[in-house]
Design a protein around this ligand. Structure first.
Ligand code: FEO
Ligand code: CA
Ligand code: CA
Ligand code: CA
Length: 609
């Protein structure tokens, strides 16, 4: 393997300027290629993709739509040159998938099933190209791990206190233990034991018939964004036409079977992935795990909705740091039982100084203290009026009851393995301070927050299992020329504009990498990197941009720092676009396809150098 002339950690890449190009733009000296895109074969025997000639059976063997989370799990014994790429497929853009699309109502049942099969996850064996940082799917060898997990037909096992309870029993599953499919898998994380966690996010949009649900279920459905007054909410995908279970008038508990953290073991291609009810039910963006000093594992999680909450889960059992099969079997149970907390935060400045403009308070920082409020531990509820099963199934209502802090859309939350500090992307909240909505506070300081911010948590005494923490906002996003932005106190003339942070990741040196969704400054979305410790804290610069209409997902930096993977999600997602009139033709020309891209330095240097 090539030598490393430059140590990982120094971010010396040439800044990529904001743009609206229909391409992936990268710094000079770097190369990038598409690893896999929508329709590419995953499972052996997958038919070649042909637009307009799609079937659900084919899609269930091909790479799904709207890739979001990207995890790269090394294959043991392969010298770092082979790995399993695990990717979420969050949702579908039917207008960009089906030629001649008019309305969702006009889709045939087979097309609905294609969309269902295009949701879920893919597991794809990949290999390094030569000695570079480029990776490609393995071809022509036995692909024992390749797998599609879909919303259409994959069986999931419920674990934890809610499994088997009355709230998750249905006509098709009277025992309340096996769920078909996973929905709206957004971000996620790779665990220390080599599995992938995936968040079921905006599951509301798949259901209809909330108006006909039982009266006692309605407030709970409503708190999760499911209409209880219209049979067909305007945002509904109306999958009840393909599978009756999505009709809540007939199957009101089906909605309770989504909104969980899913754990997929990519080394168990036949096994049922699990939904861990002990981690609570929300619009999960994702979950990222760190091993605490005492050996318990702690997962940090965000509920991506305006004015929703930050959570953490602490396992009952301790991680065993061994690859031995018995140890891995033990580690696979860690997320099945534990304690769930929600965050309540206060600022240390006079609230009168938080005027909604983003002006820093007199102490020069948006910062303060926080508390993790215990909601439930095993079968014991700490929320008056809620059973443990209630807390876990209707976690948002439990958070409401204990007065958790309403945040500006908590997206990806990830601990730095270098410092133990935790970074959460608050993507935006244009309703903050508007009308009767919650006013700005020191942790969410801007009215009508268009551009979002980064929230940094430092656990007291570095104890991830504890209940006290301090926090700061190291970055308040937007145009650095605007007075309402903050970049760790760094010289703002040297930083890139950034808007709507969504996913966060770290390289091995601990630099913070941030990808964006919905750039409200008008340019395409992208990937940014910044040192987060020391003098250069906040020296944030743009590393990559994605094509028109796309969101930048992933990102994932390999442990050797040679490759960064991003998912180009929904290229060409612009109002009025179609297969025939695409707003993007990335990556192959003709029409747009979501795809996963890997970027590396041509000389094998660490990503960011
Ligand atoms: Fe699917 Fe919260 O982004
Ligand atoms: Ca302060
Ligand atoms: Ca996201
Ligand atoms: Ca992440």
């Amino acid at each position: 393997h090539g030598h490393h002339p430059q140590k990982a950690g120094k971010l010396t890449f040439e800044t990529v300027a904001p743009n609206t190009l229909d391409q992936v733009s990268i710094p000079a000296g770097y190369r990038s290629s598409v690893v896999i895109r929508w329709g590419d074969p995953v499972v052996p025997g997958a038919p070649a993709f042909q637009i307009g000639n799609q079937t659900a059976a084919a899609q269930a063997k091909q790479f799904g739509y709207n890739n979001d989370f990207v995890g790269v799990v090394p294959l043991p014994g392969c010298g770092g040159d082979r790995a399993l790429l695990v990717v979420n497929h969050e949702y579908t853009n039917e207008n960009l998938m089906f030629p001649g699309f008019t309305t969702l109502d006009a889709l045939g049942v087979e097309q609905l099933k294609i969309a269902m099969a295009a949701h879920g996850l893919s597991v794809v064996e990949i290999e390094r190209v030569g000695r570079t940082g480029e990776w490609k799917p393995v071809k022509g060898r036995k692909l024992r791990y390749n797998r599609r997990i879909t919303a259409l037909e994959t069986e999931f096992k419920l674990t934890g206190p809610v499994a088997g309870s009355a709230l998750v029993r249905t006509a098709a599953d009277p025992a309340g233990k096996i769920v078909i499919g996973t929905l709206n898998n957004c971000s996620g994380g790779v665990t220390p034991w080599g599995t992938v966690l995936s968040g079921e996010e905006n599951f509301n949009q798949y259901f209809v018939g909330g108006d006909g649900a039982p009266a006692d279920a309605k407030p709970k459905l409503a708190r999760y964004g499911i209409s209880t007054t219209a049979r067909y909410p305007s945002d509904s995908r109306k999958w009840d036409r393909a599978q009756e279970r999505f009709d809540l008038a007939k199957h009101p508990n089906e909605a309770n079977r989504f909104g969980w953290i899913v754990e997929v073991d990519p080394f168990d291609p036949e096994g049922r992935p699990r939904k861990h009810t002990a981690m609570g039910r929300l619009k999960h963006e994702g979950a990222n795990v760190i091993v605490a000093k005492n050996g318990k594992v702690v997962a940090y999680m965000g509920d991506d909705e305006r004015f929703d909450y930050l959570y953490k889960f602490v396992s009952d059992k301790k991680y065993i740091d061994s690859d031995a099969p018995w140890a891995r079997k033990h580690n696979l149970t860690l997320l099945e039982s534990g304690t769930l907390y929600v965050a309540k935060v206060t600022g240390d400045s006079d609230p009168a100084e938080i005027d909604g403009t983003g002006k820093l308070p007199a102490d020069g920082r948006f910062d303060g203290k926080g508390q993790w409020i215990k909601l439930v531990s095993g079968n014991t509820s700490f929320v008056p009026g809620f059973t443990a099963v209630d807390v876990l199934t209707f976690t948002r209502l439990a958070g409401d009851a204990v007065g958790a802090t309403k945040m500006d859309r908590p997206e990806d939350v990830q601990p730095s393995l270098r410092t133990g500090k935790i970074y959460a992307a608050m993507t935006n909240n244009t309703n903050r301070g508007v009308g009767t909505n919650a006013k700005p506070d020191e942790a969410n300081p801007r009215n009508a927050n268009k551009h979002g911010h980064i929230f940094e948590i430092t656990e007291d005494r570095g104890d991830h299992t504890g209940t006290g923490f301090t926090w700061q906002l190291p970055i308040v996003c937007g145009d650095p020329a605007a007075a309402d932005t903050y970049f760790g106190g760094y010289d703002k003339t040297a930083v890139s504009p950034i808007s709507c942070p969504d996913n966060v990741a770290f390289d091995s040196a601990g630099n913070l990498w941030i990808s964006t969704d919905g750039n409200a400054l008008g340019s395409n979305d992208g990937l940014f990197a910044t040192p987060i410790e020391g003098k250069e804290r906040g020296h944030l610069r743009q590393f990559l941009t994605v094509p028109k209409g796309a969101e930048t997902c992933g990102p994932f930096i390999t442990s050797d720092d040679k490759s960064v993977f991003v998912a180009v999600q929904h290229p060409g997602e612009i109002t009025g676009a179609s297969v025939e009139k695409p707003a993007s033709v990335w990556p192959d020309g003709g029409f747009a396809k979501p795809g996963v891209v890997v970027t590396w330095h041509k000389d094998g240097r660490p990503i960011g150098s």
